[in-house]
Design a protein around this ligand. Structure first.
Ligand SMILES: [Zn+2]
Length: 369
């Protein structure tokens, strides 16, 4: 590199130069300049490859609590996850930093991962935190304050949360009572947000900046209320990678539990890439909020980027399995099923194979009252 630059600076001199007896003519010089710029653009390209406008955030609940397999991660699974995260391929960053950098249009290191844990179970403090701490991995814990105030032996105490906060753990807001926000009035949600703020301030001395929706349930109106309340970002429980076009007040996370915590699935999701979609319908995750929504609702999206292998796009519904996809024109897709959505939560996941055996992944969670 240095030598090539030396040749470049000599360009304005004579057309034939001597380097320790070696004569260089004009053609060699021009070739040298060519190499110089090739190297320059290679450096630029390498920067682009290393930086990525995407990240994956994981969601855990309990650790080593085998009586609750749907929310539990076994100690062996957790050890496997940490070993994989420390393998050198990934960059684990605090969630607030991921959100700020990504959604402010900055690139992140390739394979950036965030770790979140909901509900502040005691097993986080006793089982998981010592392991995450020893591995120097930053975590965010979303707390419903009534769980802590109840002094239940299943949950952490305020003293334990204070200890974690002092050690650099990010504490997030998860309402007071872990309510179904979707069934609550605007006033009740506001009361929950304000009261939890007071408890966090009294016990920890600060207000959390990030929020997670209990059960991942939200509507457009609730998402707006969370945004207007002044949080920096909010997370749901739908799968998918976060891209720089994601809604920062309803961000996806990959859920971990005993069924989904195997190492193959773990590697698959932490390597996921965003599937950039626009004009997604239905707009509101709360079905029935839009007038005359039929059941099943019409679901569709426009692919924002061009992919050559769109025939490999696949969508799955949690209640109906693989759905049919109809391609309309160049980049519009409609997802079809004949099976009505049941009451409560339904998830849609769409995937497309990407480069290096990584998957583009987009997920949504709908709620039918
Ligand atoms: Zn929760």
């Amino acid at each position: 590199m240095y030598q090539v630059r030396f040749v470049y600076w000599n360009l304005l001199g004579e057309t034939n130069m001597s380097f320790g007896g070696l004569s260089i003519n004009k053609t060699t010089l021009i070739f040298g300049i060519f190499i110089f710029f090739v190297e320059l653009s290679y450096q630029g390209l390498r920067t682009t490859v290393l930086a990525s406008p995407s990240a994956v955030v994981l969601m855990y609940h309990r650790f080593g609590e085998g009586e609750y397999p749907s929310t539990n991660t076994t100690v062996e699974q957790l050890d496997g996850h940490i070993k994989e995260l420390l393998s050198g391929q990934y960059k684990i960053l605090p969630v607030p930093e991921i959100v700020e950098r990504l959604l402010d249009g900055e690139a992140l290191p390739s394979k950036t991962i965030g770790i979140t844990i909901d509900d502040a179970y005691r097993s986080v403090y006793e089982v998981a935190w010592p392991k995450f701490k020893a591995a120097n991995l930053p975590i965010t814990i979303f707390v419903s304050t009534a769980h802590i105030d109840s002094s239940s032996r299943r949950h952490m105490s305020w003293g334990q949360l204070r200890d974690l906060a002092e050690q650099g753990v990010t504490i997030g807001h998860h309402t007071v009572s872990h309510l179904h926000m979707i069934a609550a009035s605007r006033e009740l949600i506001d009361k929950e947000l304000t009261e939890a703020y007071s408890r966090f301030e009294e016990e920890l001395g600060f207000r959390p900046r990030v929020f997670s929706y209990p059960y991942g349930e939200a509507s457009l109106a609730i998402i707006k209320q969370i945004r207007d309340f002044g949080f920096d970002a909010a997370f749901g429980q739908h799968s998918g990678a976060i891209g720089n076009k994601s809604d920062r007040f309803y961000l996806p996370r990959f859920s971990m539990n005993e069924s989904y915590g195997g190492l193959d699935r773990f590697r698959l999701v932490i390597n996921a890439l965003p599937l950039p979609l626009t004009d997604v319908t239905p707009v509101d995750p709360l079905l029935g909020a839009e007038l005359q929504t039929p059941n099943p609702p019409p679901m569709g999206f426009t692919m924002a980027e061009h992919y050559k292998n769109l025939e490999k796009l696949a969508c799955f519904l949690s209640h109906a399995g693989r759905a049919e996809i109809e391609r309309l024109g160049h980049s519009r897709f409609e997802v079809r099923t004949s099976q009505p959505f049941p009451k409560g939560r339904t998830r849609l996941n769409c995937t497309l194979p990407g480069p290096d055996r990584r998957w583009h992944w987009y997920g949504r969670q709908f709620y039918r009252p």
